[in-house]
Design a protein around this ligand. Structure first.
Ligand code: SF4
Ligand code: SF4
Length: 513
């Protein structure tokens, strides 16, 4: 049994009350430290290096040079306090170090000590501190209590993005061999095998064949889940959770049914079988690039015309915001990057590169290329959770706010009973599920449960008001996190599902078989 209490939900309000602070409430929370087997394949030292202090300060200097935004963020905070009550981890734990400004200060006080005139000569006056082992351990603990959700940045008058600061801190920690096991172990699996699960090609093929049989049994229709099909039009890059776990797998079935109903030619890749890019969570550009280049290689080898991304929040951020600079997917890349140029020539310019699966499904619905029977979901009363990385770090479609409109329009096309949560808890103000940013590990269960509090409160309100029984999401991390934490708040774990499960249950398969 857990040795902490799940926070209590309130009646009749969509938003939690700001707690009285409890200093040190979460100082014990730290994820398992990565071992040499996890670190070395990523190019990091196997374990904490002897000269860690000197190396960490030097790495901080590199980052300040490379990313000017970090220095601007560290210099420009005026301590106005607008962000203090905006973090779900503060709201759920009451630990003042989980206030975004305090989280930034953990790095800021060391930055001031070594990289500002005042901090070098008058440290006490400006709150500058030496980088001691105690400070380093505080970094390790509290930078792993940030899901890099960017909610605080929405409310900061200077736009200071604590997520970027957390990524920089984790980059420093990894550079001295003090990284987090969960993320680094997963990234190493992607480099070696192609997906977070370490699922090899033959196992993936067998899983997809089983799913085809299941769909045939359910519907009587031969819906295919092709893999490594050279010459297919669309390469679907989806989170590997879609291949094995509930509720994700029903979303994958939904994608396949949509492609089938629309008569689209598509394939998965066994080489690039992962949309997630956990390297973003640890701030490692080099590892992000290696992961993105796997996708480019698969697209080139398969000769596809389009690249589509399945339901995954941070994967969509990596694809939408970074694939172009990481791998020249879509546009960008140096003139002499021949593989980027080859892919840019190969892809069909009539479609967005990359394209979100919801964008594609939305377009197909608008064009009448697929038909949905909404009554198939009449037994459900549905709400939607905006995932942080889609809501605040990317966009969808060619309309402002498309990332909010498109998934809702897809849901409304697939079911009759849709109810949004309270306005202050959705869209760009959405609350994180509590498990993003590389925190989706059992060794961080307490912070995950407590960090889910604001979302659970908003959910309770819509459940009480509208008898909602289904929570739809478009992020693999959100789905896994909710399946785990919903029961802590007395909701059934099965109320979370994929948006494309709703679509898959409603889509009319027609005669495309
Ligand atoms: S980015 Fe999100 S998790 Fe991190 S401090 Fe800001 S609100 Fe909290
Ligand atoms: S809202 Fe921005 S400026 Fe104000 S305390 Fe927070 S980080 Fe600093």
């Amino acid at each position: 049994m857990a040795d902490y209490e799940t926070p209590k939900l309130l009646a009749d309000v969509p938003v939690v009350v700001v707690p009285n602070i409890k200093p040190g409430a979460m100082s014990h929370s730290s994820p398992y430290v990565a071992k040499p087997d996890h670190n070395i394949p990523l190019g990091f030292p196997g374990e904490l290096v002897e000269n860690w202090q000197e190396a960490a300060i030097a790495k901080m200097g590199d980052i300040l040079q490379k990313y000017r935004s970090i220095q601007v963020y560290l210099d420009s905070c005026v301590k106005c306090g607008a962000c203090t009550d905006k973090c779900h981890y503060f709201l759920g734990t009451a630990d003042p170090k989980n206030m975004p400004v305090a989280r930034q200060d953990l790095l800021r006080k060391v930055y001031r000590r070594y990289y500002t005139f005042a901090g070098k000569y008058f440290p006490k006056l400006v709150g500058a501190t030496d980088l001691t082992k105690e400070v380093l351990d505080d970094w390790y603990s509290y930078y792993h209590q940030c899901s890099e959700c960017r909610r605080c940045s929405v409310y900061c008058p200077y736009g200071i993005d604590t997520a970027e600061i957390s990524m920089a801190a984790r980059e420093i920690l990894d550079s001295i061999g003090y990284g987090q096991k969960y993320c680094n172990e997963i990234i190493a699996k992607v480099h070696k095998i192609g997906n977070n699960l370490g699922l090899p090609g033959p196992a993936l093929e067998a899983t997809l064949e089983d799913l085809e049989d299941d769909i045939k049994t359910d519907t009587g229709v031969d819906v295919k889940l092709p893999v490594d099909q050279e010459g297919a039009d669309i390469l679907l890059i989806t989170p590997s959770a879609d291949f094995f776990a509930e509720p994700h797998i029903d979303g994958l079935i939904g994608y396949a049914k949509v492609f089938h109903a629309a008569g689209l030619s598509w394939t998965l890749s066994s080489y690039a079988s992962e949309a997630a890019n956990f390297s973003m969570f640890i701030g490692s550009y080099d590892n992000m690039k290696r992961q993105a280049e796997r996708i480019r290689k698969a697209a080139l080898e398969l000769g596809v015309k389009r690249i589509m991304v399945g339901e995954c929040g941070h994967a969509w951020r990596a694809a939408y915001s970074f694939w172009n600079t990481l791998a020249g997917v879509g546009h960008g890349a140096a003139d002499d990057d021949k593989y980027a140029r080859m892919l840019q020539k190969q892809l069909d310019p009539r479609f967005p590169v990359p394209q979100h699966i919801c964008e594609s499904t939305y377009d197909l619905i608008q064009q009448g290329a697929i038909k949905l029977d909404k009554s198939a979901n009449d037994h459900r009363r549905v709400t939607f959770h905006d995932s942080c990385n889609v809501a605040r770090a990317s966009r969808m479609g060619d309309m402002p706010g498309g990332q909010f409109i498109i998934p809702r329009e897809v849901i409304k096309a697939a079911c009759n009973n849709f109810f949004d949560m309270a306005p202050e808890t959705i869209h760009e103000g959405t609350f994180c599920c509590g498990g993003g940013g590389g925190l989706l590990t059992d060794d961080l269960m307490e912070v995950r449960v407590k960090g889910a509090l604001p979302r659970m409160q908003a959910l309770k309100y819509v459940v009480d008001e509208h008898k909602v029984d289904t929570l739809a999401a478009i992020c693999a991390i959100c789905k896994t996190q909710f399946a785990k934490v919903l029961p802590y708040y007395d909701f059934p774990m099965h109320m979370i599902l994929s948006v494309h499960q709703l679509v898959g249950d409603a889509v009319i398969l027609g005669s495309n078989d």
